[in-house]
Ligand binder design. Structure first.
Ligand code: PMP
Length: 286
């Protein structure tokens, strides 16, 4: 079945959707995105994603072509039209397509932003990798300095995943000045003596929507949380490690640079957090 996608106000079969070759998203990665997961046909933490979208837009002085209430309608319409039960809705806004390629931002009054949205069907809740845990390698974090903005500049994270694949691992953790920043497309955590440790928020990492929810649930469940730097060596010696993102929820990490973490199987803290996150997300999904 051909997907129905949304492009600049229109719902179209995916093969008919078009964006200009002058679009700044295409030419300059001048765009931002969000991915909202869908469980049982409902949107998980939609408000969190919209708030971060607004922040990304504002940090880049970019206008939204659609008002935020309308975004919910479009998300729901795409889920319904594509009969999506489980997976995600991808949303991208770019600074539009000016008449020519130019480093200077176009006048938003003359060049409206481009908005594109589409659904992806994926098994999220019962992903097989949750039972085994994943392996990660560490690589140097060579991304730019505003990783808190969710831009479509995903070349280095994409290269990181390929480096991991080549090394026989599932993903990569990025390291800067001796400390883990985050995963290529997720936030990184370790567990030591029952305490959940993750890097503090700054411009160095994406402020994960799943991270915020998981840390809130952890505190509500009286689990101790410490937001601080940690190294690969500390992670290898931790009791557990895991990642979070909108599409993986909480995913255990069992191997780091070939070293087994803890027992080498998904740990109890990660699995408990995953269960709480899934229960709460299902309840609150809209
Ligand atoms: N860090 C990076 C670099 C990411 O790309 C992502 C997912 N887009 C995350 C963290 C996790 O964010 P979220 O929980 O909002 O999906």
């Amino acid at each position: 079945m051909s997907r129905i996608v949304y492009v600049n106000g229109e719902y179209l079969p995916e093969g008919e959707a078009k964006v200009s070759i002058f679009d700044r998203g295409f030419l300059m990665a001048d765009g931002i995105y969000e991915v909202t997961s869908v469980l049982e046909g409902k949107l998980v933490d939609f408000e969190g994603h919209v708030l971060r979208l607004q922040r990304s837009l504002s940090e880049l002085d970019m206008a939204s072509p659609v008002d935020m209430d309308e975004l919910l309608t479009i998300h729901r319409e795409l889920v319904a039209r594509n009969e999506l039960d489980e997976g995600g809705v991808y949303l991208q806004i770019t600074r539009g397509a000016p008449a020519d390629r130019d480093f200077v931002f176009p006048d938003p009054a003359e060049t409206p932003s481009t908005i594109v949205m589409f659904t992806q069907s994926k098994n999220l809740a019962n992903a097989p990798s949750v039972q085994t845990g994943i392996s990660v390698i560490s690589i140097e974090d060579l991304r730019w300095g505003r990783r808190d903005i969710k831009t479509v500049q995903l070349l280095y994270p994409s290269m990181g995943k390929m480096m991991a694949k080549k090394a026989g691992a599932d993903d990569a953790w990025l390291v800067e000045d001796g400390f883990v920043t985050e995963g290529t497309s997720n936030n990184a955590y370790i567990v030591k003596g029952g305490k959940i440790i993750t890097r503090q928020l700054s411009n160095d990492i994406l402020h994960g929507i799943t991270r915020a929810a998981v840390l809130r649930f952890a505190s509500e469940a009286q689990m101790e949380v410490e937001e601080r730097l940690f190294s690969i060596e500390e992670a290898q010696q931790a009791d557990e490690a895991f990642i979070t993102s909108a599409t993986t929820f909480v995913q255990p990490v069992v191997k780091i640079d070939g070293e087994t973490v803890g027992t080498g199987t998904p740990g109890p803290v990660a699995m408990r957090l995953r269960e709480i996150y899934l229960d709460e997300s299902r309840k609150a999904a809209i």
